[in-house]
Design a protein around this ligand. Sequence first.
Ligand SMILES: Nc1ncnc2c1ncn2[C@@H]1O[C@H](COP(=O)(O)OP(=O)(O)OP(=O)(O)O)[C@@H](O)[C@H]1O
Ligand SMILES: [Mg+2]
Length: 348
Amino acid sequence: MTAEAARATDRPVILSLAGLSKTFGDTSAVKQVSLDIPEGEFLTIVGPSGSGKSTLVRLLAGLETPTSGTLKLRGKDITALPANRRPTALVFQSLALFDHRTVGQNIEFAMKMKGVPADKRKARAHELLALVRLSDSYYERPVTHCSGGERQRVALARAFASDPEILFFDEPLSAIDYRLRKTLEVELKELHQRTGRTFVYITHSLEEAMIMSDRIAILKDGDLIQIGTPAEIYRQPRDRFVASFMGEVNILRVEDGTFPDIGRPAPADAAGAYAIVRPEDLLPGSRDVTAEYAVTQRLMLGSRTQLHLASPSGASFVSEIAGAAEVFQVGTSHAFGFDTDRIAWVDR
Ligand SMILES: Nc1ncnc2c1ncn2[C@@H]1O[C@H](COP(=O)(O)OP(=O)(O)OP(=O)(O)O)[C@@H](O)[C@H]1O
Ligand SMILES: [Mg+2]
């Protein structure tokens, strides 16, 4: 375990999942998931569509009852505790704001249901507006007069209204355009840091997962297949599925001591059947494993250039290098290589 992961587990466990499963008819949506979530962690759950992310979070929030397994909050069994009695809140993509009401009424809704007096509710709503960086003037504004980003902040303020210890997010930013999403990602991360609360966050965006999380959990067909810091998941994927799920990657098969795709010998100590070479590790020039590649595409990414390469046997590769990389024009051929201490090995 890395120092980073060890630090995350130093904190006391707030939520503990043991063998948590959920079946719908003959669909096993979540299979035997066991996991400890430390207090204050930003945990992100990623996985393909249908892998069980929403079901898992709904189980944690108490909106679904598990078929088997237990859930503990600070050591206390809460498996059967209904959602409204858990110190948690869920924010999802559709936000579910009341359109015909004001921002203030939306934020105060749960407090009103609980019978909190009007002046207390209002004072709390103003605190929450400040928390999500909306000015006091928003209090009276109808939700329909808010922009997408403002609505998102109102939903966040509403989620914080009950002062939850754990916040669950089910793809809250997926319907928002790229620029605003980037702003909200940073705001959400700051909100996490400022409040010190535990966040469990679902996203389809790997970049979002990498930027925001302390740890990333990967679900596949209802199974939790890997959990680790973003760096661990990126650098030491457990298999080809995780490697290719977490961004661009070159996967080189090893056969009879060689890499057939590039016609080069594999290192004698090759630690698996596949070498995982990230684009930023396949670089021009001579390295531990070098071959000649033809440039088939050159994409400017701003500060970097992405090169699509083909080996003499016709296999495709991706390299990413700093700057404009003018010499690597489409149709030219160059030596590219990778150093074996920069790559990961997997068996499957
Ligand atoms: N209420 C339900 N009844 C029957 N099947 C369900 C129900 N909810 C989810 N499922 C099934 O469970 C599996 C997991 O669904 P889930 O919504 O958790 O996936 P997801 O990872 O959140 O997917 P997405 O990324 O598309 O939101 C799917 O096969 C889905 O069809
Ligand atoms: Mg979902």
